[in-house]
Design a binder for this molecule. Sequence first.
Ligand code: SF4
Ligand code: SF4
Length: 409
Amino acid sequence: MAHAVDACVHCGFCLPACPTYTLLGDEMDSPRGRIVLMKEVLEGTLPLADAAPHLDRCLGCQGCVTACPSGVPYGELITAFRGWSEPQRQRSALDRGKRWAILRALPAPRLFSLAARVGQFAKPLAPALPAALRAPLDLLPERVPALHSSPKVTRARGQQRGRVAFLVGCAQQALAPNFNAATLRVLAQNGIEVVVPDGQGCCGAAALHTGARAEALSLVRANLSAFDPGEYDAILSNAAGCGAGLKEYPAVLHGEPDEPQARAFAAKVMDVSEYLFQLLQAGDLAPPLPASRPLQVAYHDACHLAHAQGVRAAPRALLRFIPGVSVLEVPEGDLCCGSAGTYNLEQPELASQLGARKASHILSVQPDLIASGNIGCHTQIQSHVRRARSRVPVMHTVEVLDLAYRGEL
Ligand code: SF4
Ligand code: SF4
């Protein structure tokens, strides 16, 4: 951690990029302030309990990493700090129970789906509940769909040109099963065979970023056993948070005997939009059918795609590849929507302010459709767009492409 702390020259360029500083205007809720707080806790000059509220408010969005001219790896710093400090935290029983429930339900799609269905019955009661209980209910879609299980192998249509492994994710199987179904169809349409390896599970990002290191390590190692990178052209994810998490495996296992295995694995990990963009650049992406009318699509950059993985051009290029589609840029596009993994469950008030702000900026460009590449952003944006009384559809980038291939856009 020391190298990351020392790299900060306190210039403050990151402050306007930080959602919590933007909302609260407090130096201690900025990247620069948090780096100082972590340093003082590590040096023993500040009690952890004094720094914790400000550090807990950090979304881990990495907007500050993109903005920092000195290359401070803030994402690595806050993740390592949370892992180090969590065993020393004095949490209330309610807090411990909430964390336990989140970390158990998120990686278990069946349990998550069951909880979402039960939650739907309680949704009408949400306005009368305290914020901590209201937040998950507010985020539920109007109708919780049936759980989607992806086939073990999806054959390429026509001549096979590639073979990839696919991480199916957790929450999206319960909340947006069409993300995976559309991903499989689009890849197959382009001659790519898709394998869903047995034994895969949660990427571990939620556990890692909330300081639950032991749980994260066990999830990481389960995935390293399930995916043999030598068998595939790429290992794909269609959830920005999961893809960024998979690419972090070498850092998670730094200095461990299985670090080389993690490096070989991470070298093959790509977001589905990156993979399809490669096909597009090679002239190998099948041309989609034109949209039935000119469509203005507002594209939302998921933080863990844009800031954590540097993937910005690929999804926009895929959308523009559809005849009749134009892509709209959203004001304050670099600022997090407030979803950020489990943040909208742990910090519901700030998450809600950021969600409303994001929905208002998106709707200000008057889109016909909203596209993004992450289940967390999708859920958050859809919830806040509906609260703003708009019916504009919110989709994953591959769902838009899939509709175009089927002539239904
Ligand atoms: S921009 Fe980078 S160097 Fe400057 S204060 Fe922020 S983290 Fe530190
Ligand atoms: S990760 Fe996001 S919320 Fe945290 S300090 Fe950086 S910009 Fe602010």
